[in-house]
Design a protein around this ligand. Structure first.
Ligand SMILES: Nc1ncnc2c1ncn2[C@@H]1O[C@H](COP(=O)(O)OP(=O)(O)O)[C@@H](O)[C@H]1O
Ligand SMILES: O=C(O)C1=C[C@@H](OP(=O)(O)O)[C@@H](O)[C@H](O)C1
Ligand SMILES: [Mg+2]
Length: 176
């Protein structure tokens, strides 16, 4: 099977979408973009600053408004999405029309460790105790997984897997 020209990565925060997306694009010789970076450029503010200044609903509106623009990006492109983007309105249905959507299903234990290490930079989890973070992650995963599961493909990721191994898993799946 030939590789799709637009590949979108969805999944929980810290699942590796931005990191794996960039590495996948390099491997395939595709362009790479990230919805968080596009919003940051548009607003001329970091994602935490947008949350702090205008609140989450404003950020979600910006994410929603971005989707039609994703369909007009030059091909071929890998797009990493923000973790919450597919989980509002009919955003996931729209993403499925834009290109081939891959759900990076990274185990909760790994997400927890990564979020704990870089908690302050992430507005949704900043200031939580380790127990609160653990509970938040499980609840959020359960709420979001019905959206992520609509993806064309699901790749499970465990703690020990290196970026390049995950990239190979994705390309193998997409060409099987
Ligand atoms: N396979 C991996 N192995 C080790 N660390 C990883 C891996 N994938 C991502 N990371 C690290 O996990 C953190 C979150 O990754 P990131 O790509 O920002 O996730 P997302 O975009 O899904 O929030 C980053 O610090 C990144 O370096
Ligand atoms: O899960 C979320 O709701 C969010 C995830 C973040 O992106 P990553 O998934 O790339 O961390 C970013 O869009 C924002 O902080 C909200
Ligand atoms: Mg990201």
């Amino acid at each position: 099977m030939t590789l799709p020209k637009i590949i979108l990565l969805v999944g929980m925060p810290a699942s590796g979408k931005s990191t794996i997306g960039a590495a996948l694009a390099t491997r395939l010789g595709y362009r790479f973009t990230d919805t968080d970076i596009l919003i940051k450029k548009q607003e001329n503010k970091s994602v935490p600053a947008i949350f702090a200044q205008y609140g989450e609903p404003y950020f979600r509106e910006k994410e929603k408004q971005l989707i039609p623009q994703l369909a007009t990006l030059p091909n071929p492109t890998v797009i990493a999405t923000g973790g919450g983007l597919p989980c509002f309105w009919d955003n996931m249905e729209q993403l499925l029309q834009v290109g081939t959507v891959v759900f990076l299903d990274t185990e909760l234990r790994t997400l927890y460790q990564r979020l704990l290490a870089k908690q302050a930079a992430r507005p949704l989890v900043a200031g939580q105790s380790p127990e609160q973070l653990n509970r938040w992650l499980t609840e959020r995963y359960n709420l979001r997984v019905p959206f992520y599961q609509k993806a064309h493909f699901r790749i499970s990721v465990t703690d020990s897997e290196r970026v390049e191994e995950i990239v190979t898993k994705i390309t193998d799946t997409l060409t099987a």
